[in-house]
Design a protein around this ligand. Structure first.
Ligand code: GLN
Length: 247
């Protein structure tokens, strides 16, 4: 039996899986397997309970407005308290795009207001104007670790940070939270929200390992190195496509 096991729960994986965001979990699974770290994946769908004590990483992917409506109410009813407990004890909570918006305070679409779990002090508004679409690169700052992230964004919502809310990073290319603040995502403790799809992790192995290590309560440097030639190529290409990096 492996000494360590990464225990992940995916929230609403059936609906919150736009752009194959589930690929993020497959990537983590493979990296655990290569290192001899155990991997446990649970799912929470609507109506099912969520355990705030058991898992190391709580994950919610992106979705269309329609998909977010389907799970937002349930998230408040059956997920809010558990996610709060998880965040409190330092578990990693990661939300991508629609999932990021639901980790915030609210997502307003005209007269409609979809309430989020407010683990991040952000508010999202679906304003008039084009969707923010395209390749994106950011410089993230995670507890002193500077990590360049590359991905793809496609969101109608504009997200604004509350006073004192740290962004995940600075936009190098692309739109980020709202297209004009120069900020992308949000981070509070180990709760992270970002607009980057890709899926995010296969294009950003360094970030994947940061998440994996943080979820296990160890330093990223303590993880056995892997042959990352292919993920590194994907990362470099994604940065180049976004217009950042050499070549
Ligand atoms: N429905 C949200 C928006 O358009 C999120 C989209 C997504 O997850 N890609 O802003």
């Amino acid at each position: 039996m492996p000494a360590e096991t990464l225990r992940i729960v995916a929230l609403y994986p059936r609906v919150m899986n736009i752009y194959a965001d589930r690929g993020n979990l497959l990537f983590l699974e493979q990296r655990c397997r290569w290192r001899g770290i155990g991997f446990e994946l649970a799912a929470k769908e609507a109506g099912e309970p969520l355990d705030g004590e058991h898992h190391d990483l709580y994950y919610i992917g992106g979705g269309q407005d329609r998909d977010q409506r389907l799970c937002a109410h349930d998230l408040l009813e059956t997920g809010r308290e558990a996610l709060g407990q998880a965040a409190e004890r330092g578990a990693v909570v990661l939300g991508v795009c629609g999932g990021y918006q639901l980790l915030g305070r609210s997502y307003a679409l005209g007269d409609e207001r979809i309430e989020g779990v407010a683990l991040l002090d952000v508010e999202t508004v679906r304003e008039d104007g084009p969707r923010l679409i395209g390749n994106v690169a950011i410089e993230a700052n995670l507890g002193g670790h500077r990590i360049d992230l590359a991905g793809f964004e496609n969101h109608g919502g504009r997200t604004r940070l509350g006073l004192g809310q740290r962004p995940l990073g600075r936009v190098l290319k692309g739109h980020g939270n709202d297209g004009d603040s120069g900020m992308e995502g949000a981070v509070t403790g180990n709760v992270i929200g970002t607009y980057l799809h890709g899926p995010l992790l296969p294009k950003n192995p360094q970030f994947a390992d940061w998440l994996l290590a943080t979820a296990l309560g160890i330093e990223p440097a303590a993880l056995a190195p892997l042959d990352d030639r292919f993920p590194d190529l994907a990362h470099g290409d994604a940065l180049r496509v976004a217009g950042v990096g050499a070549g």
